[in-house]
Design a protein around this ligand. Structure first.
Ligand SMILES: N[C@@H](CCC[C@H](N)C(=O)O)C(=O)O
Length: 291
């Protein structure tokens, strides 16, 4: 039998936004940015858009203050190793992992994130609903550009930053191999996720996204929420003004999310969450990958 050290992991996705899940309850692993990037490498590693590092809130300095409300902390990292405040699809997959691992029972739970505690409901039909909190809409015009084309965009903060541009055709976003240009300079000092949106019908949109730290992904939960909020404001359907919840169906390359903003500003996101596989990382491979 091999004596090499093994690190347990799982692979999961939410509307094809995929993650390497690394359970590490006591925060014992030194998950450096380089280690995260090596794990997310689609050719030399396991491959994913990001890592969900599963840590007890009490064991993580960034989450300790939330430990009384939420036992588990989603220490989310982008595929390039950078840290992000929040990942909407990640919260659903994180909850699915906690449920399947037997860490939480049926029904409602709370998880800690860098954007605060999020409440989660796992329905009998298997879909997961996340209380995403409120959107912030910072003042000031922003623009998004790809090649010769440019669009006015809406600045929406879902705990993490987004620029939402309504376009005529999703193909106008091009191949998104490089990040779109976003202006004015300094509008997003920490970088930004960029969404391109088209209408599909009343309360129904489709989008593509270029994510900060991961490139184009097949889905982005916080991005879908930002899009729904931007669409509601554009459509004159601001729930705080109308007193009526606004619901948008958001189609993404990897699936469908349903987003509801309530009159009190709270946003709920519903969608699938799937655990695909589990296995062991060869710690020696990971060490070599970092050299
Ligand atoms: N895919 C995520 C968002 C992940 C973080 C993002 N790339 C950032 O840097 O803000 C989602 O589902 O929300």
């Amino acid at each position: 039998m091999s004596t090499r050290t093994r690190i347990p992991f799982l692979k999961g996705h939410g509307t094809e936004n995929d993650f390497v899940i690394v359970p590490d309850p006591e925060n014992a692993l030194d998950l450096t940015p380089a280690a995260v990037a090596a794990l997310c490498d689609r050719r030399a590693g396991i491959g994913a858009d990001g890592v969900l590092h599963v840590v007890r809130s009490a064991a993580h300095p960034e989450a300790r203050k939330m430990a009384a409300e939420a036992e588990w902390f989603m220490d989310y990292r982008n595929g390039d190793g950078s840290v992000a405040e929040m990942c909407g699809n990640g919260t659903r997959v994180f909850a699915r992992y906690l449920q399947q691992a037997g860490h939480v029972g049926e029904g409602d739970l709370a998880i800690a994130t860098r954007a605060g505690v999020k409440t989660i409901h796992i329905a009998k039909d298997g879909d997961v609903t996340v209380g995403m909190g409120r959107a912030r809409l910072p003042e000031g015009d922003v623009t998004v550009g790809v090649g010769e084309r440019g669009w006015p965009a809406r600045n929406v903060n879902m705990g993490n930053p987004h620029a939402v541009a309504f376009v005529e055709d999703l193909a106008h976003a091009g191949n998104l191999f490089a990040p779109p240009s976003v202006g004015p300079a300094g509008a997003y000092p920490d970088g930004v996720n960029v969404e391109f949106v088209v209408d599909r019908g009343p309360g129904h949109v489709a989008m593509r996204v270029h994510e900060r730290g991961s490139g184009e992904t097949r889905s982005c939960g916080t991005g879908a929420c930002a899009v729904a909020v931007a669409a509601a404001r554009r459509d004159g359907a601001d729930p705080a003004v109308t007193g009526t919840p606004a619901t948008y169906t958001v189609d993404l390359p990897g699936g469908r999310l349903v987003i509801t903003e309530r009159p009190d500003g709270e946003i709920e996101m519903t969608g699938p969450a799937v655990i695909v596989a589990e296995g062991e990382i060869d710690a020696e491979w990971l060490e070599n990958a970092l050299r």
